[in-house]
Ligand binder design. Structure first.
Ligand code: TXE
Length: 490
């Protein structure tokens, strides 16, 4: 499949890439009849179009989801599980095609789509399909006077808003738990990366999921996304995206007291103590800085290195950065692909200029690559302090700063010096220090001597302005259900 698609040109795909909405089991055009262009990040060319949906489309999707809810919420867990496993199998059967289009649509290296995105999409469905078969509920005895037990029921129609950096990975991270526990849903994928969401709607239909359980409405965030966040019949919203957008979603949800989970931006630290295993720390830090062009909320964009090994670390890190192959995302050998859009390219280049004006040294990289599409050289910056904007604001590109520190206390204060608190990596062979520093860092996840090692059972989310709530494992199952205590007098 891959070879066949590779041979085709972007122009030849015009016929096939008009993405429809998926509402009530039907593929439908938007009420407005209008479409938004979908631009290929690695060429800058028009590649297709997606519905410019508005509140009418969102409302139709919510109605379809409401209609499907009574039967789906009563469907036996074993049957819901079977259908979710079928979806996972169909993702697996379409693995190559999904990886290809994920890479084409987002600019990410196809090797990453194959290693991370599509396997995780399968794993999300398998994990929650089986998790619902192993649930228990609590019971509390009030002496000999009463028995309390907890019932958990789905909330109704879940609103799921996902971003462009890990399109199918994050969309399925939300859809799978939402429907596994008996909700129906309306999902709004990013307008920048609609293609694998379109493919998922076909997969969901082919798997035999009842119409209306999953609905996918494409469109612009401020129009379709905002309509979903504010819809009166959507009691629960799961959102992943930028912090500024998260604030808008929270504001739209607040007057209706919706349950919300917000996974937002990060400015994650990567702390390297002098006793670290540098042979491991360097290649992993290269990954955490530049994987997916730095467009992962968990990327470590601020590296702090103990002063005694700082010089040697910078030299070796820069050498490794220069070896990264930046190029066509569809080439298997590419390490760093294209940024998502021209606007995002400008944002990232703007921060590199800012680093220069804040007095930083661009040790390697720092420029747009001279070719069509939105490519930026992997960039390493030194000489900036923690109060600089470049170390305070999320850049979300292949740009990393390296700063020396002199003590454990200073390392901790550097890590905690931003308004974000999503994740951190700490590199040391000193076990007690590892635990001490992990406890002191304000972030939802701390990795010790690793990065992006994800177990789907663990709580995932951010502190401070990196988000509200936790998802993953039991947290997702609880988030998408509502508890009721039943008290029986004995
Ligand atoms: O994301 P948006 P953007 C960060 C990153 C990036 C910045 C802006 O720093 O540069 O955010 O990216 C939908 N109501 N992250 O603007 O807008 C939108 O259609 C409801 C971090 O591209 O947050 C899309 O589906 N929904 C990040 C989703 O929100 C709205 C991933 C996310 O897009 C909306 C992406 C509105 N008013 C960017 N406006 C992460 N945490 O991984 C937009 N949307």
């Amino acid at each position: 499949m891959t070879t066949a698609i590779k041979g085709s040109t972007v122009a030849a795909m015009r016929d096939v890439v008009r993405v429809p909405n998926y509402i009530g089991g039907e593929f439908v055009a938007p009420a407005s009849g209008r479409y938004i262009d979908n631009i290929c990040p690695s060429t800058g060319e028009w590649m297709g179009e997606i519905p410019d949906s508005d509140d009418r489309d969102v409302d139709a999707a919510v109605q379809a989801a409401e209609k499907a809810f009574p039967a789906w919420s009563r469907t036996l867990a074993s049957e819901r599980s079977r259908l979710l496993l079928k979806i996972a199998d169909l993702i697996e059967q379409n693995f190559e095609m999904l990886a290809y289009f994920e890479s084409l649509d987002s600019g990410k290296p196809i090797s990453l789509a194959k290693r991370l995105d599509i396997p995780r999409a399968m794993a999300n469905f398998r994990f929650f399909a089986t998790a619902i078969l192993h649930q228990a509920s609590e019971a509390y005895m009030t002496d000999a006077a009463a028995l309390n037990y907890t019932l958990r029921r789905p909330l109704g129609v879940a609103g799921l808003i996902s971003p462009w950096n890990l399109p199918l990975y994050l969309l399925t991270w939300k859809i799978a738990p939402a429907i596994a526990v008996g909700n129906t849903c309306v999902a709004k994928p990013s307008e920048l990366t609609p293609i694998t969401a379109k493919m998922l709607s076909k997969i969901v239909a082919d798997a035999g999921l009842p119409p209306g359980v999953v609905n996918i409405v494409h469109g612009a965030g401020p129009k379709a996304g905002a309509a979903l966040a504010a819809h009166p019949n959507v009691p629960v919203i799961s959102f992943t995206g930028g912090t500024a957008t998260g604030a808008k979603v929270a504001a739209a949800a607040a007057p209706r007291f919706k349950k919300i989970s917000l996974e937002l931006g990060g400015k994650n630290p990567n702390v390297i103590f002098a006793d670290a295993d540098v042979e491991q720390a360097i290649p992993t830090s290269i990954q955490s800085s530049f994987a997916n062009q730095g467009e992962i909320c968990l990327c470590g964009s601020r590296i702090f290195v103990e002063r005694s090994i700082y010089k040697q670390f910078v030299e070796r890190f820069v050498e490794a950065t220069k070896r990264l192959r930046v190029g066509d995302p569809l080439e298997e050998s590419t390490d760093v692909g294209a940024l998502i859009s021209e606007a995002h390219l400008k944002k990232v280049l703007g921060y590199i200029d800012l680093a220069r004006s804040e007095g930083g040294t661009i040790v390697t990289g720092g420029h747009r690559i001279d070719r069509s599409g939105y490519f930026v050289e992997p960039t390493v910056i030194t000489g900036l302090t923690c109060d600089c904007r470049v170390l305070q604001e999320e850049i979300f590109g292949p740009v990393v700063t390296i700063t020396p520190f002199d003590s454990e206390e200073e390392a901790i204060s550097f890590t905690n010096s931003t308004r974000y608190g999503l994740s951190a990596s700490v590199w040391t062979r000193d076990l007690q220090r590892a635990h001490r520093v992990a406890a002191a860092i304000d972030s939802g996840t701390v990795w010790i001597n690793c990065w992006l090692l994800r177990d789907l059972r663990v709580p995932f989310g951010g502190m401070k302005e990196s988000g509200v709530g936790r998802e993953g494992g039991v947290d997702s199952l609880r988030f998408f259900t509502e508890e009721k205590n039943v008290c029986v007098k004995l």
